[in-house]
Ligand binder design. Structure first.
Ligand SMILES: [Zn+2]
Length: 309
């Protein structure tokens, strides 16, 4: 069984609180372990999760406000300290390259780890991974910001009992899978007759943005959506002004986009009771709803039920 889960390192926007570390998230997805938006203290939070620097394969930064990137110097130096043997890919908005360069070399260290730096400079930019496609979409925030989604393509699962019923075995199975059909005894058997679709899974990560097309493009049919809800509806005007979402807006995006598990996070310290985010979101979204807490793990839900071929 491959592992697909979100590990929450921190959930505070702007400044950490007694209960919440600065923002930070890990996504474990088969052989990829992706660190998103490491704020201050991410390295120490990671110690509590069982994920090590050597596990990391990729780092994605949405934008260069401090709560989304001040953990980079520590994390990057840790890669070298631990002599991580494989290259670690790093993505961030190309317009923030100067910030990245400073954070990368914020202080003196003996650099051994290799970073494969691939900045994002285009809305809709795609990076092909072994597990699917990582796609970046432009968001609406005072500085250049991109959200990310991971899309696994749909697959195909052969049904042994149907193959047997048609007397198909051995190399014929491969031929049918490749060509989409197989001619046997004067009859054509199609792939759809002997297989079901194995729906691909989707993960989306939406930080620091006002409502815009990019938010919906990222959230579309996400099995797991992690999305900022800095504010509540009572501060909707302020949220729009500073380029943030409310819990109500985030929940409506999830409902309209067919999201299955919704994770709200990046909370303003002005709200003491997290229950308020839950109650506001629940008015709009009926699926699995998580009001993120530090060091919480959230499973990617099981695949959607395959449609019979
Ligand atoms: Zn921001």
């Amino acid at each position: 069984m491959s592992m697909r889960e979100l590990v929450v390192l921190g959930t505070a926007s702007q400044a950490p609180t007694r209960q919440r570390n600065h923002n930070g998230y890990l996504l474990r997805w088969d052989d990829e372990v992706i660190l998103f938006d490491p704020g201050e203290g991410s390295q120490r939070q990671m110690l509590h999760t069982g994920v090590t620097a050597t596990d990391l394969t990729r780092i994605c930064v949405t934008h260069f406000h401090g709560d989304h990137c001040l953990g980079l110097p520590g994390m990057i130096q840790r890669l070298s300290l631990d002599r991580v043997p494989h290259p670690v890919a790093v993505h961030f908005p190309a317009g923030g390259a100067e910030y990245f360069a400073r954070l990368r070399h914020a202080s003196s260290f003996y650099e051994t780890a290799e970073l494969a730096v691939e900045p994002i400079d285009t809305d809709g930019q795609r990076i092909t991974l072994g597990i699917g496609t990582l796609e970046a979409r432009r968001l609406r925030h005072p500085i250049e910001t991109y959200g990310y989604r991971l899309v696994e393509p749909d697959g195909c699962r052969m049904l042994p009992e149907r193959l047997a019923a048609y007397g198909i075995a051995g190399p014929d199975t491969g031929r049918l899978l490749r060509d989409g059909h197989l001619d046997r005894d004067g009859r054509r058997v199609t792939r759809d007759e002997v297989s079901v679709t194995r729906p691909g899974q989707r993960f989306a990560f939406v930080m620091d943005t006002g409502l815009c097309d990019g938010v919906f493009a990222l959230a579309e049919h996400a099995d797991l959506l992690v999305i900022e809800s800095t504010f509540l509806e009572s501060e909707a005007a302020l949220a729009a002004e500073v380029g943030h979402l409310t819990a109500g807006q985030a929940a409506r995006v999830a409902a309209e986009s067919g999201v299955r598990t919704l994770v709200l996070t990046h909370f303003s310290q002005r709200y003491a009771d997290p229950r308020r985010f839950h109650d506001e979101a629940r008015e709009h979204f009926s699926g699995d709803l998580v009001i993120a807490e530090d060091l919480q793990t959230v499973q990617v839900p099981p695949r959607r039920v395959p449609s019979p071929g």
